[in-house]
Design a binder for this molecule. Structure first.
Ligand SMILES: *[C@@H]1O[C@H](CO)[C@@H](O)[C@H](O)[C@H]1NC(C)=O
Ligand SMILES: *[C@@H]1O[C@H](CO)[C@@H](O)[C@H](O)[C@H]1NC(C)=O
Ligand SMILES: *[C@@H]1O[C@H](CO)[C@@H](O)[C@H](O)[C@H]1NC(C)=O
Ligand SMILES: *[C@@H]1O[C@H](CO)[C@@H](O)[C@H](O)[C@H]1NC(C)=O
Ligand SMILES: *[C@@H]1O[C@H](CO)[C@@H](O)[C@H](O)[C@H]1NC(C)=O
Ligand SMILES: *[C@@H]1O[C@H](CO)[C@@H](O)[C@H](O)[C@H]1NC(C)=O
Ligand SMILES: *[C@@H]1O[C@H](CO)[C@@H](O)[C@H](O)[C@H]1NC(C)=O
Length: 895
């Protein structure tokens, strides 16, 4: 989520806000203009919104929810489907309540790496760091720890994980909030996070649905359409939708739509995306919410399947922050006047209540919020947005950290990726004379939380900026840790190479550089969220710092803190650059996690969650940031199709500097003795038919037009200015009801609109995540990994399994990427000579392609020769197994 946009060319947020607001008074017409969506791209109608409550896993929750919603008035149902305010409650989002029937206000809080804007929490490593561990266990353990913290602060909804941005655009501002530029890495890490968080009773909110791959022009505002990501059906299914399917299968209670449009239609009201793909095909049972201020219509978004408007206020067509809403009182009106069918609000409210029951939040011990997003003071206004507000205790400073720093450090450490280590230069000894360069080695001397939402790149980079950041409770920085551990450390806290004494044999220079990005809310050193100003180069002349150090010292170790890929060509081949460690975005545990690796207490075991190219020109041209300002809608056509990151580099035959999945260790690992077995018989080409949809308890909730009196403000009610209510004045309610009761609503429904529930869902559906048969394990593989290192180093190995489909001619004509990641496993620490057997699995979906005609996942040639390549990087695959012969071989050369 966000605050307000920061368009290029405008320096301060205040100016940006004014610039956005003023023209809206003069000309609302600008909003309607847009470039035509490219030929062929269109978002088909998909109506009505399918009811939730037909997936068995959710039946109990839905039975209870439907019973509760049956007792609600229309004003109560409406109240729980939207926020009551913008920056007025304790959390970044606060729903209305239905206290009469025992349903409380719910607190929604950012962000993906920890509880935002509060104290006494853990600032966990970012998503990209978590992805770089390639450890399913750590992905889950981090989720568990975050879930405990959100619950401890009284948060109902964790606004994460983020699996979109997926990483299509390497300059994209928020790629660090997710787990890496591959759908399977995102899917596995996202699902593990959801499981960990929700097991603590907190509802996770999978986001941003979908294709929020760049920051600039992401948002509809009074003068600008959000950009449209124009994506073909197969690419959407095989890349961008894939992690959402996994998250829905993992049971996520909520999904957040993105700011941008797809095929010209805003994601917050795109019926094909929400009703069709998410709720029908993926069988999503939870609730769909907007990103903050992303709602741009009332009736339209309700019909398109949206269930919750956050934070409740309007933005797109009106002035925000003045107490206007597309829903709340307007939604009540549109139900009374018959434009939004009663069964739609029944379903919306039931989805919200069902998610609450599903996670056990009805339990008496689920705490209400005990912190405030608005102030760090103990006492503050209870309604901060109101002109006059009663005050009370708003911050109880509940410490929710427990021992979570242990898992935070473990993630930070296991993510550290050794890219280069000439002559096994690392590890070094603690007695080596160390000369440390770069402001990135030390915590910000102006305060570790001195920039709001980390909207500056000063000193150590532990996380990107924006709503995905959190306050550090403390920051273990590398320089303090180095000084604690090593005897002889000289630190030059500068990014301009200083005058230094002539180097002596054995001197080691450690150079810290970084690259930052974040949310478009803030512009940092000319970067509007995306890295549009700095590109993929290190910030603050980092390249020169490394080059100068390499000229002065024979032994240079480069440490990189970064949001995503950076170009290393200016220095990577210099002979004195002996080693390079990418520490990603480590969060609060940046120090010891790194130095234990430098000094060899543990071996690095991280692997790149993206490709590092030789040049930015090596990417497809279509993945550049679309930053040319327009008063019309920017069209971003995904002409590269499924060929992003390594899928592109492999297809184009372009050798990257470091391949996706690359990561060295102090140990040496060899893979051997692989096996492959079919689980079940030979696959059929088309998956077994889905089962039919059981009737949802939502169908039993009364659909009669509610009495107008149920919507009246209570007698003598005193409104708080700018607070959003679901009630209407008596005259308004009566007028709307009269229209509804006459049954002659003239609402201009979209083409293709129908209020009648479809009885059978799409063939690719059938349960949460889609047809359950897609997740049947088709092949189980095992591989033995042995630490063959000649040194004494122990370490953890990662086995990555990539599928190679048969050639198009043998694959029903489907062109597929050379290889695609499908599973991975990380070993425990292996001593020299020690072995472990790792198990990897391929599901039916893993060997399927999306057939746009059949609208189903098919295996074009079930008996065909699929290669399953196993190794420790996408360009280091020494073992291969084949699905036709069920034979495996060693010493192979990866494709
Ligand atoms: C976008 O348009 C393409 C091309 O017609 C189509 O294949 C795809 O399903 C559409 N996607 C959405 C979400 O509307
Ligand atoms: C809506 O929620 C607010 C905030 O909790 C509450 O004050 C109000 O009474 C609720 N309205 C209804 C109809 O319950
Ligand atoms: C805050 O949370 C703590 C522990 O989770 C709980 O004991 C306390 O009652 C909560 N405070 C409020 C005001 O609910
Ligand atoms: C019903 O109310 C909604 C919300 O104000 C409005 O958009 C819609 O046009 C109304 N429908 C009719 C038939 O008046
Ligand atoms: C953490 O909570 C304690 C009270 O338990 C409080 O004194 C302290 O200020 C809080 N820390 C921060 C950073 O606010
Ligand atoms: C090879 O794998 C098989 C089957 O998993 C196992 O029985 C055997 O012990 C393994 N051999 C070695 C050398 O690891
Ligand atoms: C790992 O193997 C490579 C070549 O296979 C060798 O050059 C290197 O010395 C080995 N490293 C260790 C730590 O054993």
């Amino acid at each position: 989520m966000f605050n307000l946009e920061s368009p290029p060319g405008l320096r301060s947020r205040g100016v940006a806000l004014l610039a956005l607001l003023l023209p809206s008074l003069a000309s609302a017409a600008a909003l309607d203009s847009r470039d035509p969506v490219p030929a062929g791209f269109a978002s088909p109608p998909y109506y009505p919104a399918p009811y939730g409550g037909w997936d068995g896993d959710w039946s109990d929750a839905y039975e209870k929810a439907a019973a509760l919603v049956s007792r609600m008035t229309v004003a109560e149902k409406v109240n729980i489907t939207a926020g009551t305010d913008f920056v007025k409650g304790r959390c970044v989002g606060n729903t209305g309540s239905a206290l009469r029937v025992g349903f409380p206000q719910l607190c929604l809080q950012d962000g993906p790496l920890g509880v935002r804007t509060t104290d006494n929490i853990t600032a966990f490593p970012a998503g990209i760091t978590t992805g770089a561990t390639w450890s399913k266990d750590l992905m889950y353990q981090r989720g568990v720890a975050m879930g405990e913290e959100f619950r401890g602060k009284g948060v109902n909804f964790y606004l994460g994980p983020s699996v979109g941005a997926l990483g299509r655009q390497p300059r994209g501002g928020r790629i660090w909030e997710g787990f890496g530029s591959d759908p399977v890495l995102q899917a596995v890490a996202g699902a593990a996070t959801i499981k960990g968080v929700q097991e603590q009773g907190v509802i996770s909110t999978l986001k941003h649905y979908i294709a929020n791959e760049q920051e600039i022009y992401r948002m509809y505002n009074p003068v600008q359409q959000a950009y449209s990501a124009d994506i073909d059906d197969r690419t959407l299914h095989e890349i961008y939708l894939w992690p959402f399917a996994a998250g829905v299968k993992a049971g996520t209670g909520a999904v957040m739509t993105s700011y941008n449009a797809v095929n010209g239609s805003a994601c917050s009201q795109n019926a094909y995306l929400i009703n069709g793909l998410l709720k029908d095909e993926l069988g999503f049972q939870g609730l769909v919410m907007t990103d903050w201020l992303a709602q741009i219509s009332g009736v339209g978004s309700a019909l398109a399947g949206l269930d919750m408007s956050m934070p409740g206020d309007t933005f797109g067509n009106n002035i925000p922050l003045f107490g206007y809403s597309n829903w709340q009182y307007e939604l009540t009106r549109s139900i009374l006047n018959g434009s939004v069918p009663v069964d739609r609000i029944n379903d919306m409210a039931t989805r919200v209540v069902a998610a609450w029951y599903k996670m056990g939040q009805d339990a008496a011990d689920y705490p209400p919020p005990n912190f405030s997003s608005n102030t760090a003071d103990r006492v503050g206004p209870l309604y901060p947005g109101a002109l006059i507000s009663p005050t009370g205790v708003v911050n109880e400073y509940v410490n929710v950290q427990a021992d979570h720093k242990t898992v935070a450090k473990q993630v930070a450490q296991e993510a550290i990726t050794l890219l280069k280590n000439d002559d096994s230069f690392l590890p070094i000894t603690t007695s080596a004379p160390l000369f440390v360069f770069g402001t990135d080695a030390q915590a910000d001397s102006q305060g570790i939380n001195s920039c709001t939402d980390k909207s500056c790149n000063r000193a150590l980079l532990g996380m990107g900026w924006g709503s995905g950041s959190a306050n550090y409770p403390y920051l273990d920085d590398p320089i303090s840790s180095l000084k604690r551990k090593a005897g002889n450390v000289r630190y030059y806290n500068t990014d301009s190479f200083p005058k230094v004494a002539a180097a002596r044999d054995g001197d080691v220079a450690v150079v810290f550089i970084n690259s930052d990005s974040g949310e478009n809310t803030y512009t940092v050193e000319g970067n509007h969220g995306d890295r549009d100003a700095t590109g993929l180069s290190a910030w603050h002349n980092g390249d020169d710092l490394v080059k100068n150090a390499a000229a002065a010292y024979e032994n240079v170790v480069v440490v990189v803190h970064t949001v995503g890929p950076i170009i290393m060509e200016p220095w990577i081949d210099l002979p004195s650059v002996k080693a390079v460690l990418v520490a990603h975005l480590p969060g609060q545990e940046a120090g010891d996690s790194l130095t234990e690796v430098l000094f060899g207490e543990v071996s690095p075991s991280g692997h790149l969650p993206y490709t590092i190219p030789v040049s930015e020109d090596d990417y497809p041209a279509s993945v550049a940031i679309k930053s040319t300002p327009k008063l019309s809608q920017i069209q971003d056509t995904y002409t590269e199709g499924v060929y992003i990151d390594y899928r592109h580099f492999n297809k184009a035959g372009v050798k990257p500097r470091f391949a996706f999945g690359h990561g060295l260790s102090y140990a040496n690992f060899s893979f051997s003795n692989a096996t492959i077995a079919r689980s079940g018989g030979q696959l059929s080409s088309i998956p077994p038919a889905r089962s039919s949809k059981p009737v949802s308890p939502v169908a039993n909730i009364d659909t009669a037009l509610p009495p107008a009196a149920d919507a009246y403000y209570p007698a003598g009610f005193v409104k708080i200015w700018r607070y959003l209510y679901s009630w209407l004045d008596k005259l308004e309610a009566d007028a709307a009801h009269a229209i509804g009761a006459a049954g002659s609503s003239k609402y201009p429904y979209p083409t293709g609109y129908s209020p009648t529930q479809k009885t059978n869902g799409p063939p690719a559906g059938g349960a949460s995540g889609g047809n359950p048969a897609l997740y049947d394990v088709a092949y189980t593989l095992s591989v033995t990994v042995t630490n063959t290192g000649t040194t004494k180093a122990s370490g953890k190995a990662v086995a990555q399994a990539y599928v190679q489909f048969p050639e198009a001619a043998d694959n029903g004509g489907f062109d597929t990427p050379v290889i695609q990641l499908r599973d991975f496993a990380k070993s425990d620490t292996l001593a020299p000579g020690e072995s472990a057997t790792l198990t990897l699995q391929l599901t039916r979906k893993d060997v399927s392609v999306w057939d746009t005609t059949a609208q189903n996942w098919i295996v074009p040639n079930p008996g065909g020769k699929y290669g399953v390549w196993i190794g420790q990087a996408s360009d280091d695959l020494s073992v291969v197994c084949y699905t036709d012969t069920l034979a495996c071989g060693n010493g192979a050369q990866g494709p």
